[in-house]
Design a protein around this ligand. Sequence first.
Ligand code: ATP
Ligand code: MG
Length: 421
Amino acid sequence: MRQSSLFTKTLRDSPKDEVSINARLLIRGGFISKVMAGVYECMPLGLRVLNSINAIIREEMNAIGAEELHMSVLQNKDTWMKSGRWSAAKEVMYQFQDPGGRDIGLGWTHEEPLTAVAKHFISSYKDLPKAVYQIQTKFRNEPRAKSGMLRGREFLMKDLYSFHADEEDLNRYYEIVARAYEHIFGRVGLDARRTIAAGGLFSKYSDEFQVLSEVGEDTIFYCTECRYAVNIEVVSDFGLKSVCPECSGALAQGKSIEVGNIFKLGTAFSEAFDLTYVTGNGDKRPVIMASYGIGPGRVMGAVVEMRHDEKGIMWPDSIAPYSAHLIALGKEKSTHDAAEKLYAALQKSSIEVLYDDRDATAGEKFADADLLGIPYRLVVSEKTIKNREVEVKRRNEEKLNMVKLEDIPKLLLNSRFFTYA
Ligand code: ATP
Ligand code: MG
């Protein structure tokens, strides 16, 4: 992509009405645009990041046998009356009457409609287990929408729902999902701890995936030696002192961002909707369920919070909008010819490259490169071209390396990033 043709431009100044780092940097870089508190539009650069996060989530969900579907945003009041959440959740759920006088709500989670639709397809033990997920926009009337992408009123959620014959099968799959979550967060470059939390319907607890960060709204107790972590909400239940119950390491307390949350629902929804199955012996039993959420937009915001400096963002290779930011300096035709050639060669090797072909100063180009945070900066100038070289710099390192022009595609192809937690 030629930077001269990008739909967006970078902004020199941070928006005055944004306090959060993630929103300030994402807006300045042209990744997102603000509509109102908690509502952002995703610009082309931001969508490239979000699509990469979603692709990782899809890979990991598909790998554990979950099927993708797409539920409706418009929700029937009747469906939500069955669980009692039409009234119970009216602070969070957008509810209104349409011009036809029908009571409609906007989906803020999807347990109710998923349980209702599962009744068409689950009736026997032979139909279990099943798992379906979607990546879709959710709406929540969040009173404190001041954290940019971390807390939207309209935001993306990956929500997975699983259906089981018994508790043992539920527990088996729940652990499989927890492992998939660890893969997902590792791959997007977040160190997320599985954290014991309140809020289970079936078991007393749920599991959150928490990233330690000063801007987080949660507080967790975590072990400084192993991965053990507990949300402060349930610390008293465990009688926690200063020592980790698993490894005796020292416990510390810290603020954190919840990027995922998994729940055992048990039969709470299947009983409300009469979602049952017939066992091998002919007995009728309620289906046992669980639900599992991740916020891809919150993940994007959390990555920015965790990986930035005073100049801008530092995307991990796995979700960067482009792998390389090619910059041509000076006015010499030979430099620009060499840059054009390198741009073509990189595209031919299927390397995603943003090419700064604009008529701008070196200072402006470097400042934009730092702000946009693309992992590799490739600078071509009269000086480098004289030796048929390119100056290569990683966004998160200071070191400059001179690399032969012809070695650049190979260098980038070899550095594709895959970390598994
Ligand atoms: P929180 O406690 O932060 O309000 P929650 O527990 O209500 O979140 P869940 O219903 O468990 O959230 O949603 C699943 C996931 O969706 C969360 O772990 C988070 O990553 C994401 N998420 C929830 N609310 C928002 C929001 N307002 N904006 C962006 N992402 C969100
Ligand atoms: Mg939660």
